[in-house]
Design a protein around this ligand. Structure first.
Ligand SMILES: NC(=O)c1ccc[n+]([C@@H]2O[C@H](COP(=O)([O-])OP(=O)(O)OC[C@H]3O[C@@H](n4cnc5c(N)ncnc54)[C@H](OP(=O)(O)O)[C@@H]3O)[C@@H](O)[C@H]2O)c1
Length: 253
């Protein structure tokens, strides 16, 4: 029997691939035989990652909020081979204060990247997949922040909840084309985004760990393998879902 988790011959666009979850995801896709289009603003990081990967890869330097970047990523994928999927992973969470103190400019900045950037990439990739008539996958990286009311990161929470809503709509609209669309909602994963916040707030780290039944922050691969599963044939009847990888945090209430 063929291994249903392999991604041989499949090309996946990964946004936010310069570090953290996106970079590790690119390594794991390549380890399963897939090719990767690496998208981020930091050219030297994705160039170095591209050189390290064992399968074919391409580099697209740009801001996901610029819709021309999505078109360039699709073009780069089709130059490698047949496009198979997209992981909308690029995201920012730069502010930490109550909504009452949040200027609309901060809402705008977070939504431009986390939501509108993801919408532009999903549209560009979905159009290409529909044209190819091959089916495919779109995975949006949400967060448990989109499923709860975590304080002090209101625009981030809203952006992630909206991504889950977009996932469900796309799953319904694209299902007849064989394109499966899901979200992954990680809990707290040790990456630059989180480590900086937790180093500045040791009490917050203690609170987060205390609320997590598994009793720790996750390592990056623990957020990545559920994404690889959703990209693979092992998930061929899963669509419109939010896969929560949070060490039991939401289950604990
Ligand atoms: N870490 C966690 O605990 C956690 C939990 C739940 C959800 N998530 C989600 O998982 C995703 C990855 O998070 P992470 O922890 O790996 O974050 P990270 O270490 O801060 O990495 C973020 C990635 O997004 C890219 N990026 C940011 N803004 C961009 C833009 N405007 N255009 C293109 N690329 C952009 C960054 O690349 P450049 O700066 O080079 O552009 C970087 O590669 C995010 O969507 C985040 O919300 C993370």
């Amino acid at each position: 029997m063929q291994d249903p988790f392999r991604l041989d011959g499949r090309t996946v666009v990964v946004t936010g691939a310069s570090r953290g979850i996106g970079a590790e995801l690119a390594r794991c896709i390549a380890s399963q035989g897939g090719s990767v289009v690496l998208v981020a603003r930091t050219a030297n990081a994705i160039d170095a990652l591209s050189a390290e990967l064992p399968t074919e890869s391409a580099v697209v330097v740009g801001d996901v909020a610029d819709s021309e970047v999505a078109a360039r990523a699709v073009e780069a994928a089709t130059e490698i081979g047949e496009l198979w999927g997209l992981v909308n992973n690029a995201g920012i969470n730069p502010y930490y204060h109550p909504l009452l103190d949040t200027p609309l400019s901060e809402w705008d900045e977070v939504l431009q990247v986390n939501l509108l950037g993801a919408a532009a990439f999903a549209r560009a990739v979905a159009r290409a997949l529909v044209d190819q008539s091959t089916g495919g996958r779109i995975i949006n990286i949400g967060s448990i922040a989109g499923l709860t009311g975590l304080p002090n990161i209101g625009p981030y929470n809203a952006s992630k909840a909206a991504l889950d809503a977009m996932t469900r709509t796309l799953a319904v609209e694209l299902g007849p084309h064989g394109i499966l669309v899901n979200s992954v909602a990680p809990g707290t994963i040790s990456t630059d985004m989180v480590d900086e916040l937790l180093e500045a707030n040791p009490a917050l780290r203690e609170r987060l760990v205390a609320k997590t039944p598994i009793g720790r922050v996750a390592e990056t691969p623990e957020a990545v393998w559920p994404i690889v599963f959703l990209l693979s044939d092992a998930a061929s009847f899963v669509t419109g879902q939010v896969l929560v990888a949070d060490g039991g945090r939401l289950a604990a209430g």
